[in-house]
Design a protein around this ligand. Structure first.
Ligand SMILES: Nc1ncnc2c1ncn2[C@@H]1O[C@H](COP(=O)(O)OP(=O)(O)O)[C@@H](O)[C@H]1O
Ligand SMILES: [Mg+2]
Length: 428
């Protein structure tokens, strides 16, 4: 397959005098920015918010949102882009969509690009929905006839029929995103770029969009998809790019990319996480380990291996009632199960000491993928003495063939019965 996007040594510099900021500025960012703007206003009263580099200010005022980024995308690839807030994902998509210029480096793109960036780009606010559909089609180089052919599909998909002749500035953000997505996905771009705006829509619409993107990808078009919803990225994209602080941290198979992204945010080595001593508490968890059947600690397992989650805790006094709690989530935060030491036995009282409780997750229970385990130690009915959310990442790797690939959460080998309805005998 031919390369359709080639990004070479791409860098983007912003100056901190910029006042607009997207996504979710942290309080610290806001304070730093306000302070630096204030300083600047005092120094340069007329140029305070020009957004340009200011003479006489030191170089720490500049900020590289992208720093030497290189990668290639082949035709028909569906590539996920993941990373923390502020990592540079939207900046990258804006450069690829030619909304903003790179400071250094090169981008070559073969084919028509349609992008769905954050609300506020792409549509003309004074024009109606109908007019914007035609405008966007024209920008993509389509003829009026071609656009007309797609028009009804777009309106249907976006569910905005009643508002077609209303200027889009009166749309709610949900309606706006629905129309913007419908336009971008239906106007047959060769490359479809989608930023995490989908988060605005409701769950049902998000599902519909993911389905549409899948379809677009199957038609051989190229899709770039930024999302915090790691399950959606897994479903849609075979390859993913992890951007961290403006740089490419990992590019490859989506599972591996997600795995390294998740592991990086959690201090973990070889399937064990240790926590600091808390002698002031009645009890605390000192470590969590992931062990295989032979008690070897590791962080990746095959779906058909059992996994022991060993939680070691220190009791600083006697407990008559106590529980260790474990819950397991998928990367987007959905809890797949939760369990406590009380599930299959009455725990006996414990004296002051160090103990461990091991949860056994049976083989073939869960589907492949990364999971997050949270652990807690509590004293019923109400006291939770220690809690570590997302304490450790468990990676389950698949063994199935592509055509046997399951979706959902469970890998459980369900029983099937096969009968020959004509012969009334059991087969196979
Ligand atoms: N127009 C701008 N002016 C100044 N800084 C910006 C601008 N746009 C983005 N940034 C900064 O660049 C960094 C990367 O932003 P962005 O690409 O939006 O990250 P992401 O989409 O990964 O959350 C952030 O620190 C952000 O504050
Ligand atoms: Mg963003």
């Amino acid at each position: 397959m031919s390369t359709v996007i080639k990004v070479e040594n791409l860098s983007k510099r912003y100056y901190l005098s910029h006042q607009q900021k997207e996504n979710f500025p942290t309080l610290r960012d806001a304070i730093t920015r306000t302070a630096s703007n204030l300083g600047r206003r005092l120094l340069h009263p007329l140029r305070a918010s020009s957004g340009q580099p200011l003479e006489g200010l030191d170089s720490t005022e500049e900020f590289w949102a992208l720093d030497d980024v290189s990668f290639e995308v082949k035709q028909g690839d569906r590539v996920g882009i993941i990373g923390r807030n502020g990592a540079g994902k939207s900046t990258l998509l804006k450069i690829l969509s030619r909304i903003t210029e790179p400071t250094k480096g090169r981008v070559s793109i073969k084919g028509r690009v349609a992008s769905l960036l954050e609300v506020g780009t792409g549509f003309h606010p004074e024009l109606t929905g109908r007019e914007n559909i035609f405008l966007n089609g024209a920008i993509l180089g389509m003829t009026r006839v071609e656009i007309k052919r797609k028009f009804d599909e777009i309106v249907d998909f976006a569910e905005i029929e009643k508002f077609l002749d209303t200027p889009v500035k009166r749309y709610s953000s949900g309606m706006y995103v629905r129309l913007a997505f419908a336009v971008a996905a239906h106007l047959e771009p060769e490359i479809l770029i989608v930023d995490e705006v989908l988060a605005v829509g409701d769950a049902q619409f998000q599902k519909k969009c993911l389905g549409k993107m899948e379809e677009v990808g199957k038609e051989g078009r190229t899709v770039l998809f930024v999302s915090h919803n790691l399950s959606a990225v897994r479903r849609l994209c075979a390859r993913s790019l992890w951007i961290d602080r403006g740089q490419v941290s990992f590019l490859g198979d989506t599972e591996k990319t997600i795995q390294s992204y998740l592991s990086s945010s959690i201090p973990m080595k070889e399937g064990i996480v240790k926590f600091k001593e808390q002698q002031d508490k009645p009890a605390y968890i000192s470590s969590v380990e992931l062990l295989d059947e032979g008690n070897n600690a590791q962080s990746s397992f095959l779906v058909n291996q059992l996994v022991k989650v060993k939680v070691t805790f220190v009791a600083n006094r006697r407990f008559t009632l106590w529980r260790v709690y474990v819950d397991l989530k998928n990367p987007d935060g959905t809890i797949i199960f939760s369990t406590t030491t009380q599930d299959n036995r009455d725990v006996c009282p414990i004296e002051r000491g160090i103990y461990s409780a091991s949860l056994i997750i049976p083989s073939q229970l869960l589907l492949e993928g990364p999971y997050l385990l949270s652990v807690a130690f509590g004293e019923p009915p109400t006291k939770r003495h220690d809690y570590h959310e997302n304490a450790i990442v468990l990676n389950l790797c698949g063994t199935s063939f592509v055509f046997d690939r399951k979706i959902g959460f469970l890998s459980f080998p369900f029983e099937w019965e096969l009968e020959d309805e004509l012969d009334d005998k059991e087969r196979c």
